[in-house]
Design a protein around this ligand. Structure first.
Ligand code: NAD
Length: 308
């Protein structure tokens, strides 16, 4: 098949692009390199640097494409609290630009990588796709708006759409910006350096941490599985882990004796998150298999940056 992946030089985009190229597909990647690294892409991925709002570029890249994976986005909850306009322009505007360009060129299928963040705080766990979303940050609002745009425009213009609500994905190659780094690689790096593991809140807040290879199996299935049109599907591990247990596991796998430091909670955060995977099992035959401990060990083995 012929694929276009937006956000292809990012953590999930590059892992997906390399996997599809290895499987013999034709893969084009688009990324503005605002955070992505083109070096993470193998030689068989045809990479173009560009903005997801650049429609002429999209028209060219979409020629003869069977399916688009849309991952280009700004991805930090905390940063979105400071710069909501930027998050709206890229995550919402970029999605609309892509859908319009797909209509213009006649591309028939898109997989949107959405986020479990759209659920916000809910009365019960695990989180099911039919719960009313309760976004708590501009990032979460932007991902929910992207879902609505993809579904609505897909209906109007006869484009098959599916949105995957990915929970806390981690693994080698995850972007590590100096401010607001994602929690898993940041804890691993800090533990290896003997630095402090700063926990926002008291550590009782829970997340659903899912290893990148499990996420990839859902993404790959979503481009060909039948009867997905218009669906939103959770992709997580199905396990609810308090942040203080994540700290314990990170210390165990790194052999570190670093002490966690508890700091005030940050705005936009959510207290509990765990994905219900019933729909993913039925529709994508998705059965995540990598435990948190194994996933952390694999991340350490495969990501040389963490040991620096
Ligand atoms: P990432 O930051 O590594 O990847 C995003 C990529 O998009 C980056 O390479 C960046 O350069 C690119 N990008 C940003 N703005 C762009 C623009 N205007 N035009 C073109 N490219 C642009 O993050 P990631 O973790 O790989 O996330 C990928 C997708 O998965 C995002 O849509 C994110 O919302 C979603 N997601 C990720 C997680 C996770 O835990 N990693 C969880 C839920 C959803």
């Amino acid at each position: 098949m012929n694929f276009l992946i937006t956000g292809a030089a990012g953590f999930l985009g590059a892992a997906l692009a390399n996997r599809l190229a290895r499987e013999g597909h034709q893969v084009r990647g688009l990324d503005d390199l605002s955070t992505g690294d083109p070096q993470s892409l193998g030689p068989d991925v045809h990479f173009t640097r560009g903005d997801v709002n650049d429609r002429p570029k999209l028209w060219t890249l979409l020629q003869d494409v069977d399916c688009v994976y849309h991952l280009a986005a700004r991805v930090s909850v905390q940063e979105s609290v400071l710069y909501p306009r930027e998050y709206n322009a890229v995550n919402v505007g970029g999605t609309v630009s892509l859908m319009e360009a797909m209509r213009d060129v006649g591309v028939r299928r898109v997989v949107l990588v959405s986020s479990g963040a759209i659920y916000g705080d809910q009365g019960e766990q695990p989180l099911k796709e039919n719960m009313t979303p309760n976004p708590r940050s501009p990032y979460a609002v932007s991902k929910l708006a992207a879902e609505f745009y993809v579904n609505t425009i897909g209906d109007l213009w006869n484009i098959e759409t599916v949105s995957l609500r990915v929970f806390n994905a981690y693994g080698p190659g995850q972007h590590l910006p100096p401010s607001h780094p994602p929690v898993v690689p940041n804890f691993l790096r800090q533990a290896l350096r003997g630095g402090s593991l700063v926990v926002h809140g008291d550590g009782s807040q829970t997340r659903d941490y899912v290893y990148v290879d499990d996420v990839l199996s859902a993404l790959v299935a979503a481009s060909t599985a039948p009867n997905l049109d218009g669906l939103t599907i959770n992709v997580g591990s199905g396990r609810e882990t308090p942040v203080r247990d994540l700290v314990r596991t990170v210390l165990a796998v790194t052999g570190s004796s670093a002490e966690p430091i508890y700091s005030p909670n940050t705005p936009g955060g959510v207290s509990r998150m765990c994905a219900d995977l019933t729909l993913a099992g039925k529709k994508l035959n998705y059965h995540p298999s990598i435990s948190l401990e194994d996933g952390l060990r694999l991340t350490l083995q495969r990501d040389p940056r963490l040991n620096k």
